[in-house]
Design a protein around this ligand. Structure first.
Ligand code: SF4
Length: 315
């Protein structure tokens, strides 16, 4: 499998680029997710010419007039960082990234809740790192997260699911007969989309049905927008339970009394949060194979990302 191209704040991979020559190695990102990902590391502060070691910086000011300033000597680095960031975005465009993992809390790389110092009582967590802000504005649909939020199993599963879906979507766009492939892509992702938003699934179904009249470029652009919007919405226990019950309906008539009871019990235990999602999923995979339900077997909902990442063992 071709690896996924993902941007990352360089210090998270262990590169000694922090102001004091240190790093912020995240072992999950480097060692586990790294098996499936080709990282494109970016350190805005080093790459814009500030070097290591350097004076540390923070954000200061009021909303609408926030500046990046060195803490001790009060040098204003805002214009330098913004000019470099705009240039860097142009260099990143051909990389075809499917997302970015930012370093939390950084005045250059933090994607949200970065401390902003003002005249009042202490810092407020209202800022965005300057490079992260430019990146997110330029690539508004790309999945982004920070390493702090990725410690939450639900956010982690959601982000990794999105980057795998986007990779498959991009691969589809590179092939011919796009509208036929769109029908196939949509069919295999239906239940995965349903786990995030039934409303989006309906809109996307209508779009695919009208694809021939609308022409490929506008349909594909609208489909991608809806897809990324849908997947950003959390797949809650309630929504997953709904999808599991829907899937169970496909082999209801074939299951023996014992099998039916086991499946109903397992879904109920998942719903009560006594069992992780991987348990009902494994059982449904087993029955889909046993009773030859090809439509279910093909659903990416059953395997949206490699099993070895164990993301559904914790949600
Ligand atoms: S947080 Fe960003 S700017 Fe700071 S060291 Fe890490 S990559 Fe560089």
């Amino acid at each position: 499998m071709e690896k996924i191209k993902l941007g990352v704040s360089a210090c998270l991979l262990g590169e000694p680029v922090r102001y004091d020559g240190g790093h912020k190695l995240d072992r999950f990102l480097r060692d586990t997710l790294g098996q499936y990902v080709d990282y494109v590391p970016v350190c805005p502060e080093v790459e814009c010419g500030l070097g290591v070691p350097r004076e540390s910086m923070h954000l200061e000011g009021e909303p609408g007039a926030i500046r990046l300033v060195t803490i001790r000597t009060k040098r204003d680095m805002t214009d330098l960082m913004l000019a470099w960031s705009r240039q860097k975005i142009k260099e990143l465009e051909p990389e075809n990234l499917v997302g970015f993992i930012f370093k939390s809390g950084s005045p250059s790389s933090g994607m949200e809740r970065v401390r902003v110092y003002g005249a009042g009582n202490g810092p407020r967590k209202i800022g965005t790192g300057l490079f992260a802000g430019v990146f997110m504005k330029h690539f508004p649909r790309l999945p982004v997260e920070d390493e702090g939020r990725l410690h939450d199993p639900v956010l982690r599963e959601n982000f990794i699911e999105r980057i795998f879906v986007l990779k498959r979507w991009r691969e589809m766009l590179q092939q011919g007969e796009k509208l036929n492939r769109l029908v196939h892509f949509h069919s295999r992702h239906k239940l995965l989309i349903m786990a995030h938003s039934v409303k989006h699934l309906k809109l996307m179904g209508k779009l695919v049905a009208a694809a021939k009249e609308m022409g490929s470029s506008s349909v594909l652009a609208e489909y991608e927008k809806l897809l990324m919007e849908a997947l950003k919405l959390k797949a809650t226990v309630k929504k997953n339970t709904n999808v599991l019950q829907h899937m169970a309906g496909y082999f209801k008539k074939q299951l023996s009394g014992d099998e039916k009871k086991e499946l109903v019990d397992v879904i109920a235990h998942y719903h009560n949060e006594d069992l992780p999602l991987i348990v009902p999923i494994t059982l449904i995979v087993h029955y889909a194979r046993k009773y030859d339900r090809e439509y279910l077997e093909e659903q990416y909902y059953l395997s949206p990302h490699p099993l070895e990442l164990r993301l559904r063992n914790h949600v």
